[in-house]
Design a protein around this ligand. Sequence first.
Ligand code: PLP
Length: 277
Amino acid sequence: MVYLNGNFIKKNQASVSVMDRGFLFGDGVYEVIPVYQGKLFRLTAHLKRLQNSLDAIKIPSPHSNNEWLEILNQLLGYSQPLNQSLYLQITRGSDTQRRHSFEALTPTVYIESSPLIPKTKQALKQGFSAITQTDIRWSRCDIKATSLLANVLYSQNAKENQVEEIILHRNDIVTEGATSNVFIIKNKTLFTHPSGAHILSGITRDLALESALACKLPINESVFSVDELLNADEVWISSSTREIMPITQIDNQLINHGKIGTYWECVYNHYQQLKND
Ligand code: PLP
């Protein structure tokens, strides 16, 4: 079952107009909300970011927080797995003709759920590889926009190169991953790019920082270079569906001799506790 504009219907029966601006322009925003043991994880933070994205592109919010909660819980009621990932998309809606500028339209709201199977600690402890590439995206990466062409190309590139993630850099400064935030540890301090227009400030990023503090790891939200990335003691990436993953090889260079760092393990354990709160 999926949710489309007020109705719970079978996915193969869900359709939208070809005049939908989401289809024509990628004119919309989205959220991905994890569900653990049937419970929406960090819903308030996700809804706040959704509201920020909607405000940034001037789409009026179609629902209050209470209405979202009701819709999401109703959708969860239709599906079996206890752990799921909810994909929620709002486009500006359907117009009568194709034009770049817009007038007030009724937003299209689509929500689907898919099983969420996080990697086990054992699997994560193998470590993952990444490659670096120039960040070619626009300068409003803080908006969780459905227009994801650059990210699509990066993900295809990751697949073709058999790596977990593409780590992006702008003028030699590491911004984030194509679908994740990036952290390094150097001199027993955690560094990550500050929030702002050049990254999507992840909900998992905030939780990773919270977990780092619990592990007595000092945090420095400041930029670092590609060279500092490659010479870090530990590198992690984070996202709602991947949680916090250790990266042990970048551009064919081993990080920490290819070994998982001790801070990662502490932060991973703390994050797992947060999921049970
Ligand atoms: N940065 C980008 C570009 C992303 O696409 C994502 C997630 O999809 C993230 C960061 C991580 O965000 P979150 O932790 O809220 O999933």
